[in-house]
Design a protein around this ligand. Sequence first.
Ligand SMILES: NC(=O)c1ccc[n+]([C@@H]2O[C@H](COP(=O)([O-])OP(=O)(O)OC[C@H]3O[C@@H](n4cnc5c(N)ncnc54)[C@H](OP(=O)(O)O)[C@@H]3O)[C@@H](O)[C@H]2O)c1
Length: 280
Amino acid sequence: MDKTISILGCGWLGLPLAVKLLEQGYSVNGSTTSFNKMQVFQEKGIRPFLLKDLDSISDVENADFWHCDILILSVPPRIKKYGSEYHSQLLAEVIRLVKRQKVTPKTLYFSSTSIYPSIDTVISESFVLNEFNNANEVLYQAERMLSKDLGKKLTILRLGGLLGYDRIPGKYFINKRNIPGGTRPVNYIHRDDAVNVTLAIIHREIWGNLFNAVAPLHPSRKEVFLQNASDFGFDPPSFDNGQSAFKIIDSQKLQKKLSYQFKYPDPLKFHYTANNDYIA
Ligand SMILES: NC(=O)c1ccc[n+]([C@@H]2O[C@H](COP(=O)([O-])OP(=O)(O)OC[C@H]3O[C@@H](n4cnc5c(N)ncnc54)[C@H](OP(=O)(O)O)[C@@H]3O)[C@@H](O)[C@H]2O)c1
């Protein structure tokens, strides 16, 4: 069994994932950019690392982070904060560091379905992305770079919009007027499913692969936001009558290859809480 798992980016998804992995008997190294979170990690049994920039990532003090059997990359590109170059610089450094290990760890990269263009149809993993048709250049380049350097050691998970617990999509549209794209189908995944899919990949040792990870049902944005408003007493938003381009991301490959059954297949029935809750 692969025993040590390092999670670069123990944030909203990475931290509950770390907790679940600990429960299953793995040793978990977790990184954060926030000094204050290190104590939280320690209390949970996660070995904490303060990795916040290219220097700290390469710092000899943090060398142990890269001695792992499995590496999970759970850091969003955050282009507004870091610019469009930073994510590939970060990953180039990650690749350099893992390649220096005696055995290159198996690596799971959390990408996003935002990489696919909205072309009014159903899209599976067999859709061929290129430099002209991708809808997220930073992720497209990141996936290419990791695939080229890590090959069969790498699995890419293209996650839909990550929701559940305190992330309630309708919360961001309370009382908003004339929201465009109300008829657009959503491509969401509940956090518990994102965690469980990750565990399935690790348990089944599915490396050198690519999966879309999105709940199989795709109600419209309007349906979801109004449902949230009704469930939580939000002032409901209103929608314009326009049509906008859409995509429906298909996750059948993941369901078949991992024999995975979604805990929350329907975004109209996702489980939410008032506060973030780290139990996945
Ligand atoms: N959120 C979505 O809807 C969504 C959709 C599709 C895919 N994804 C992917 O899912 C993964 C997890 O997303 P999330 O929502 O859990 O993100 P998050 O809550 O923002 O967590 C990101 C983690 O990365 C750390 N981090 C941020 N900038 C960093 C940097 N420059 N160097 C090193 N570490 C850094 C953060 O540190 P701190 O602990 O200090 O905050 C945090 O631990 C990401 O790969 C993201 O691209 C997310």
